[in-house]
Design a protein around this ligand. Sequence first.
Ligand code: AHR
Length: 331
Amino acid sequence: MRKLAIASVVLIALAGCSSKEEAPAPSPEANASGQTPPPAAKKLVVGFSQIGAESAWRTANTQSIQDEAKKRGIDLKFSDAQQKQENQIKALRSFIAQKVDVIAFSPVVETGWEDVLREAKEANIPVIVSDRRPDVPEDLYVTFIGADFIEEGRMAAEWLAKKMNGKATIAELTGTPGSAPANDRKKGFTDELAKSPDMKIVFSQTGEFTRAKGKEVMEALLKSPTGAQINALYAHNDDMALGAIQAIEEAGKKPGKDIVIVSIDGVRGAFEAMIAGKLNCTVECNPLLGPPLFDAIEAVMAKKELPKRTIIKDGIFDESVAAAELPNRKY
Ligand code: AHR
């Protein structure tokens, strides 16, 4: 009986060795040589809260961020706040709940971010700020990447004072109230203008960074006694300037001649308006922040040290160079 049992075991063992078909099936992931490759690296997950789509600048900024994430194989959770801070705060909280690897955002206004950024810090999720800086203690974010808005306003004022020989009656269309670019572009412009006592701002109102609102505010201004006096316009972005240009034409005046116009962003539409003689100057604000943003995100994940601020350098372009420059514009 014992001999029979041993013989059966030997037979089963031999059968197991001799038959190819009975070898264990390779795992579904196995390659041609039957080896299982190492598991694919986990995709980096980034939550990005965008302000909205108020301007051509913003559209180019969104495109740059989405294209760059795709190019690098990053799982981008993109949320559009439609100009509302409460929507951005909700998006940031949802990124925290989802335990994304990194949070990035462009804050619509400067204040009111401290609580949610503390929550991100407590959850150990690094935050990178792009385009606009929030007014919070610096330990609540890793790094900021964007333009120097004060310098942009200063460049616009310097150019305008030169163009107007130090004497002008100016209307100002400001950006989103409480936003960093609206606050800083105003500051840079008025500080520089203080050097020219005959350059006077007689009107200042928000056009909310949109073409429609820029047109609406300019229309109303031109119907007023103050509107009849102005001979220069400073718009905090190109979209508002382009809307104002329409209003000026509809009021029977010549934009770019009766009213000299300087704005900020350097979008393609501004170059076309300069070539048409309707806009006089644009100060560049580069929206193509996708590559430096994702460089910073990857550096954070690699535990590399980053500077607190990376300022993207801007240029200034007036009507004299617009036609030559247009083919080089990327947005
Ligand atoms: O924060 C950048 C500003 O926001 C751009 O100048 C403006 O066009 C945009 O909407």
